[in-house]
Design a protein around this ligand. Structure first.
Ligand code: ACO
Length: 358
């Protein structure tokens, strides 16, 4: 009968593990000091502050100084997130960096970050889902914790898009900015923290936003450099149409997966690409705009950093209290989309300070 006892013990252990949830225990960010306003861009390309504001809602964006790469901002955000969680780098089991602008094709930026912060025990990898990378990374971090494979996961979204933007192309250079943010995920009871995820992809729309050269399809050459093929190319209208459909659909699906109604969410934190996209999505969902956190006017589209930077500011401003239901939703190149439903817990010291200040 010994094997039966052992099988039952294994089953019970599996039940315990699958009952484990994960939550955000700390948050940090890194925002470059240099501000580039729409007026500054008027001197670079044929555009106007009025065109950029009315079409996108963006007023300014940040640009990292020369020599600062994606890993540098990721390190700063990670150190703040670990301090916020009251943890050490040695506690980290897994480092996931979501990015479309890694330091190099390899090694992974996550390995460089793990080394720099001293996360010696941690596995580390980059996750490539364009602007959805952080949302995908959080889903992967949650799965690692829920399965019992990890206790502490650092999920970072970090971008130096200014390095891969063509500053002579007005249709893209006005849209993007640099930033990073990181969260620390830790175990929690399954009815708190992350309640559900919804991830999706449609590779048929891949050509609508891409960086064509530098991979195995179009290796770097004098011709690719001369042709500007190492810069972001985008069909803005197609991405726009996709985004206004993808956001409401992803929110509805994640709400259903969590057993919630869309109305149950206290705050939606969407990818910050264009305020018109967010407004159109809010209208389709029948939700008021004051339930959507928006900061695109100050940062532009920071790709994988956009949702966690917005989350940081929402927490800092006391917009999220313990017990609140929050929906994250991202979309981007791939095409990809990802949403998460979260019941906010009071792990983050930043959140606790904002709560007591009110
Ligand atoms: N300044 C002035 N005029 C401009 C500029 C500019 N910066 N950029 C484009 N224009 C012109 C165009 O050339 C066009 O002129 P035309 O009519 O003579 O051809 C005109 O403005 C209108 O262009 P549209 O593309 O129709 O403008 P639209 O209202 O669609 O706005 C925008 C463009 C802002 C890019 C919008 O389509 C959008 O936000 N799309 C989604 C982009 C997005 O979210 N991308 C990120 C995806 S996430 C990721 O993975 C990185």
């Amino acid at each position: 009968m010994a094997h039966v006892d052992s099988a039952e013990r294994t089953l019970e252990a599996t039940r315990r593990l699958t009952r484990r949830g994960s939550t955000i225990a700390g948050i940090g960010r890194s925002i470059p000091a240099k501000v580039v306003t729409n007026r500054d861009l008027e001197g670079l390309v044929e555009t106007t502050d009025e065109w950029i504001r009315t079409r996108t809602g963006i007023r300014e964006r940040r640009v990292a100084p020369d020599g600062v790469a994606t890993s540098d901002m990721a390190v700063e955000a990670s150190v703040e997130a670990l301090t916020d969680a009251g943890l050490e780098a040695a506690d980290v089991d897994l480092v996931i960096v979501g990015t479309a602008s890694p330091d190099m094709l390899f090694p992974a930026t996550a390995c460089l970050v793990a080394d720099r912060i001293g996360a010696r025990r941690a596995g580390a990898f980059d996750l490539s889902a364009a602007c959805s990378s952080w949302a995908y990374g959080v889903a992967m971090g949650h799965a690692a914790i829920a399965s019992g494979g990890a206790q502490t996961v650092l999920v970072i979204g970090s971008e130096t898009l200014s390095r891969i933007v063509d500053w002579t192309d007005r249709s893209t250079c006005v849209l993007f900015g640099d930033a990073a943010a990181a969260v620390v995920l830790r175990p929690c009871p399954p009815d708190e923290g992350f309640l559900a995820f919804h991830l999706g992809a449609d590779g048929a729309g891949g050509p609508w936003i891409s960086l064509p050269a530098g991979g195995s399809r179009l290796p770097a050459s004098a011709e690719t450099v001369a042709g500007g093929d190492h810069f972001i190319k985008m069909n803005g209208r197609e991405v726009y149409k996709f985004a206004v459909r993808a956001i409401p659909r992803a929110i509805e699906r994640v709400a259903a997966a969590a057993g919630l109604a869309v109305d149950d969410f206290d705050l939606f934190i969407p990818h910050q690409a264009n305020v018109r996209i967010i407004e159109a999505a809010a209208e389709r969902l029948g939700q008021p705009m004051d339930r959507f956190f928006v900061n695109v006017e100050r940062y532009g589209n920071t790709s994988s950093a956009s949702v966690p930077v917005a989350l940081y500011e929402a927490v800092e401003q006391g917009r999220i209290r313990p017990g609140d239901l929050v929906a994250f939703v991202a979309f981007g190149g791939g095409l990809t989309w990802g949403a998460a439903a979260l019941r906010w817990t009071d792990g983050s010291a930043l959140g606790r300070r904002a709560g007591t200040a009110l």
